[in-house]
Design a protein around this ligand. Sequence first.
Ligand code: HEC
Length: 128
Amino acid sequence: MTTSSSSAVEKSSSKEFIIKRVMLFASLLIVFAIFFFTHQRNNEYTRNTLELDGSLTNGNGLFKMNCVGCHGITARGLVGPDLHDVTERLSDSQIITQVTKGLTPPMPSFEIEPQNMADLLTYLHTLN
Ligand code: HEC
């Protein structure tokens, strides 16, 4: 009697254990999938941008409209740092991340079309 009831308890707790394991595994899978797809999308954005030819005129215009408030009209730096030779310090994809991700407040993240991003990169390359 005692033996059979204790084995029933054991059974139900091992079932619970398995369910918990499955749930843990499922949530890990979801987290991983979200991570993977976000990463994939970022890579695609960077790849698309790097394939485009940038326009210096448009890049200059975009810089004047969006960036001079912090980086200065000649990109010599104000709140944000001097951007001359930034293309030597950072790779193009690092610069893309800097502009699109907003990882370093107070610099905001910019939602910017790949073509406009390519134009900005062309402009930044002329600052060297
Ligand atoms: C609100 C102010 C602000 C605006 C607007 C802004 N930035 Fe910045 N930016 C910063 C600050 C502050 C940093 C330094 C962040 C840090 O690393 O601490 C920075 C850093 C950078 C860097 C990296 C510099 C380095 O030496 O690592 C790049 C590249 C850059 N900005 C480009 C841009 C571009 C292009 C734009 C316009 C599309 C822009 N920023 C708009 C404030 C700004």
